[in-house]
Every structure is written in C-alpha cells, then in structure tokens.
Write a protein that binds this ligand. Structure first.
Ligand SMILES: [Fe+2]
Length: 275
C-alpha cells in the first residue's frame, strides 16, 4: 500500500482493483437503473446506496493516507452513463485553475490536495473504453515539457478530419491507458490531465461513479467555490434533493462534511466554460 501512496504523489494517480464487493456492485447497479429510468426525479444524494459508497471504508482510509487524516467530501458526485460516440476529445483537468502554473491551485508551498475518484460499473472490455492519464502533469514543471507541446498539438488536431493517426501516436507517447473491470477505482489529483477514451461498441454504455474529496485549506475551498459559485451546471445541485439535511448529517457523522461556500470568490486563473 505504501507503494501506491508513493506512486500517486509521484505520478498523480493510482488504481485500486476491486474497490467494491459483489453486494456493493449490485446495489449500485440498482442506483444506475433508478437514475436512468426516473430521469429528473433521481438525485444521487437521496440514494442510500450512494451514501454508502461515499463513505466506503477502503476508499476513505486510502484517501486519508494520501491527504492526511482530515478529508472532506467536495459535494460532487455523479453516476454517469453514456456511449462514447467518437474519439474527438483531448485531455482536460477537473480543478478550477486549469492552466499549468496559473492561479492558487499551483502554489509551490501548498501542494494541490483535491482528488477525483472514479469507480467503474462497466469494464473496459465490454465498452471498449479506457482512461488515459498524462503521468506527472499535475506538477508545475509540466508546463515546459515536450509532453505538454505534444498535448497542445493533439488538441489543435482535434477538429480536423485528418491526422487521427498522429493523435493516436501522441496518445501512446504521452498518455497512459488504464483499463478497468467492474468495481475498480482510479484516483487522481484533480489537476492532472486525463480523458475517457475509446469508442463504445455494441451500444454498451460506459458507467462510472465520479466523486471528489479534498484535504483542508484553500484548494478545497476554491474547488467548492468554483463548483457552486462559478459553474451554472453544478451550483443548483441540492435544489431538488429531498434528504439534504439527512445527507449532511451522514457526512458529518462520517467526518467528511465541509460547509458550502456562501459568497462567490474571485479565483485567479479560474477556468471559464464560456471559452
Ligand atoms: Fe474529468
């Protein structure tokens, strides 16, 4: 396990095989069914199976080893189910300050401490998908690397019909393809470059559970402020939930609760979706 902690600190990501047991998998399969049949009437934070998932002991123990004893749930969970229709995508980051070295996320004296966790509910094999991560791209030094130049070329080639071949080569050179089975979890620093990749076959949806956690301090505060005060798609997250108070009590009981921000705060270098 210590090797895994060293690996995430060095490379920015780690893989936990079989995070979920059979029972947990079958419970969460029910959650997916509910979400994608009830449509607008389903909310993750009203679902007890999701509550259980968010405080999964194996996951939280590992997160504490990476971030320290105090960890917070970033009020960010999504049960995602979709077909990957084409390969027109490039790497992105999940954090507020997405340009390397620009903004408080990149403070040399206070290493970034917000993590994305993705647990897969479908396998790479059945969906023809994988997660592609650029190792070490969560570090400020990445800015002037050859990998970053190749990444920019990859992005530039995105909207051209041609050059698919070059894009594939770049993906192989700078990215690391991670394959998964049902119940596997991949954890990475939210400021690392990553992308879901592959093209779905046989109309099989990729299913995944994305949740974010952070340690104490400005990175978690900025992440929450960014999600709830800068983004229109996430800020209303609790608007229609029925069990908000019970859910917050559940988080408090498990010592991962952090209050939501009250006021919008300007964040230097913040990513704007309008760009
Ligand atoms: Fe992402």
């Amino acid at each position: 396990m210590d090797d895994k902690i060293k690996q995430i600190k060095r490379d920015g990501y780690l893989i936990i095989k079989n995070l979920l047991n059979e029972k947990e998998i079958s419970n969460l399969k029910e959650s997916f069914k509910k979400k994608y049949s009830l449509e607008n009437n389903y909310h993750e934070t009203d679902d007890n199976f999701v509550w259980e998932y968010l405080v999964n002991k194996k996951l939280l123990d590992l997160l504490k080893k990476i971030l320290g004893n105090q960890i917070f749930y970033m009020h960010d969970i999504d049960l995602g189910q979709n077909l990957i229709k084409d390969d027109k995508r490039s790497w992105h980051r999940d954090n507020p300050c997405r340009s390397t070295g620009n903004g408080p996320d990149w403070d040399k004296n206070f290493p970034y401490n917000v993590l994305t966790s993705i647990t897969y509910m479908s396998s790479s094999k059945e969906t023809n998908s994988n997660l592609n991560i650029i190792s070490k791209s969560h570090k400020t030094e990445y800015k002037y690397s050859i990998s970053n130049i190749l990444r920019l070329i990859h992005r530039k080639l995105l909207n051209t019909k041609y050059f698919t071949f070059f894009r594939t080569i770049i993906e192989k050179i700078i990215g690391k393809k991670i394959f998964y089975n049902v119940g596997d979890c991949i954890i990475f620093f939210a400021n690392i470059y990553h992308m879901g990749n592959g093209v779905s076959k046989d109309n099989k949806d990729r299913k995944l559970i994305i949740a974010r956690y952070g340690g104490p301090g400005k990175h978690s505060e900025n992440f929450l402020n960014y999600n709830f005060k800068h983004r229109s798609d996430i800020s209303n997250r609790y608007l229609k939930t029925l069990k908000k108070n019970e859910f917050f009590n559940h988080l408090k009981k498990n010592e991962i609760y952090i209050p939501l921000p009250e006021e919008k705060k300007e964040i230097k270098g913040v990513y704007s979706q309008k760009k």
